[in-house]
Design a protein around this ligand. Structure first.
Ligand code: PLP
Length: 447
């Protein structure tokens, strides 16, 4: 609910076991997960899979962003994970938001965020959607085609338009150029049309693709954006806005940041004098690491194969799993990231034979991990080396489960979407997170 922020400055939500707060030995992820469920083992749904969201991780990612990219305002890509408390925290800490639909716009506005902190970053919108956005005061929006200009001229002539150009996304997990982005050769024509329609194009955006593992993609992209700025000048637009999109990765963030700054120095050397505003639309970067998932082993079996008259256990060797574990979240739920977001996930053991205390020296066996539905595509992990002592009722956990997981989870086959347990962490930033959430809570009540 909305009234669940405690007043003692320490509790964020009732129901958060006191153990989760400031326990000196609690290792954040494992510790939180253990504490949360140990205290709940008598509850009827105590075996349900669940997320643990460490909001201090989101806080720390923002600090890190502001340290390495101080010139670039992050507009969090809501699509990545519209978790209400992530949104509240970021709203309170002053980020902007990249929304792709009226639903997302409404969700952000209801937090008390002003419409000028939102970019409607979907180049292909329904007329009715442009209209509703305009009614709520959201004027900044992207486009990449001529029809969009006619639509905008008709229903929101005050729009602040941002032309999304096509860049090389071949070094990314999820290529977005297949669907969006105007090739550079089409830019002069689009800008001429915008001029003819009397529209205000304020700048350029691009997206190097989500999960960009080669930082150099940003170098070329900024160069192409520069070329588009120059094309704007020719047509009579003096752009003041550059949106460098998403694609930022946790693991190579510093490298990407430095490559990006170098590219800006090269292509926009006079930017502070000319008052250029630069934003980005990071999604994954903020939330991936903040969420872990714990799932319960609800069944297991040996992979049997029937050959002629005889039944034999498949596997034995290292190349074939010799045990199949069935857990209570799968690719139709949180693990849709395997199908849609091209992820691989890696389970680790939380309990073994019902106990949190195990040596870690158990012999490992080749195993596979499956989701709960009656569909064979529902394979979470075709090969993992897991301890032979795992039983039904034991817990597995998965880290880096915050990006493109919950948001696209379905209830296929009647399985509920796993719920989130929150913590503000017990390390750096935890106090700031609590204060920010309180401020956010007040803003929501006032909105
Ligand atoms: N902006 C737009 C327009 C997107 O389509 C996406 C992802 O699909 C993002 C931002 C966020 O990308 P990422 O999560 O890689 O930062």
């Amino acid at each position: 609910g909305d009234n669940d922020i405690g007043d003692d400055g320490d509790t964020i939500f009732p129901g958060l076991p006191p153990l989760l707060r400031g326990h000196p030995e609690v290792h954040l992820r494992n510790g939180v997960i253990r504490a949360a469920r140990l205290s709940a083992t008598n509850e009827p749904d105590s075996e349900s899979a669940f997320f643990v969201a460490d909001l201090s991780s989101v806080y720390n990612q923002l600090e890190r962003w502001r340290r390495y990219l101080p010139e670039i305002e992050p507009f969090y890509a809501v699509k990545c994970n519209p978790d209400p408390y992530v949104l509240r925290l970021l709203a309170a800490l002053g980020t902007g938001f990249d929304c792709a639909s009226n639903g997302e716009i409404g969700q952000v506005l209801r937090l008390g965020v002003s419409p000028d902190r939102i970019i409607y970053a979907n180049p292909c919108k329904a007329v009715s959607s442009i209209k509703s956005a305009a009614r709520t005061g959201v004027d900044a929006m992207t486009f990449d085609n001529e029809d969009e200009l006619y639509k905008v001229a008709r229903v929101n002539p005050n729009a602040k338009l941002v032309l999304r150009i096509l860049t090389d996304d071949s070094k990314s997990l999820c290529r977005l150029g297949l669907k969006f982005g105007a090739p550079l050769v089409t830019v002069p024509g689009l800008l001429l049309k915008a001029k003819e329609l009397g529209l205000d194009v304020i700048g350029i955006s691009f997206h190097v693709g989500s999960g960009c593992y080669d930082s150099s993609a940003f170098t070329d992209a900024v160069g192409w954006a520069r070329a588009a700025f120059d094309m704007g000048l020719t047509v009579g637009y003096k752009f003041s806005f550059l949106d460098v999109g998403g694609g930022f990765e946790d693991t190579n963030f510093e490298t990407t940041a430095s490559v990006l700054c170098d590219a800006l120095d090269l292509h926009f050397p006079d930017r502070s004098g000319s008052g250029l505003r630069i934003i980005a639309e990071p999604g994954r970067y903020f939330v991936s690491r903040a969420f872990s998932l714990a799932a319960n082993i609800i069944a297991r079996r040996a992979p049997l194969s029937v050959v002629g008259e005889t039944t034999e256990i498949k596997g034995e060797g290292d190349d074939q799993p010799s045990m199949m574990y069935y857990i209570n979240d799968g690719v139709y739920g949180a693990f849709n990231c395997i199908l849609f977001d091209h992820q691989e996930v890696h389970p680790y053991v939380l309990t073994m034979n019902g106990s949190f205390h195990f040596s870690g020296t158990e012999s490992l066996q080749a195993s596979s991990v499956w989701g709960p539905t009656c569909d064979s595509i529902d394979c979470v992990c075709p090969m993992a080396r897991l301890p032979a002592g795992l039983r039904v009722g034991d817990w597995l956990a998965f880290n880096n489960m915050g990006a493109y997981t919950i948001c696209a989870a379905s209830q296929f086959n009647g399985f509920a979407v796993s719920l989130v347990t929150y913590t503000s962490g017990d390390g750096y930033g935890s106090q700031e997170v609590r204060l920010a959430l309180k401020a956010a809570h007040a803003a929501v009540l006032n909105a």
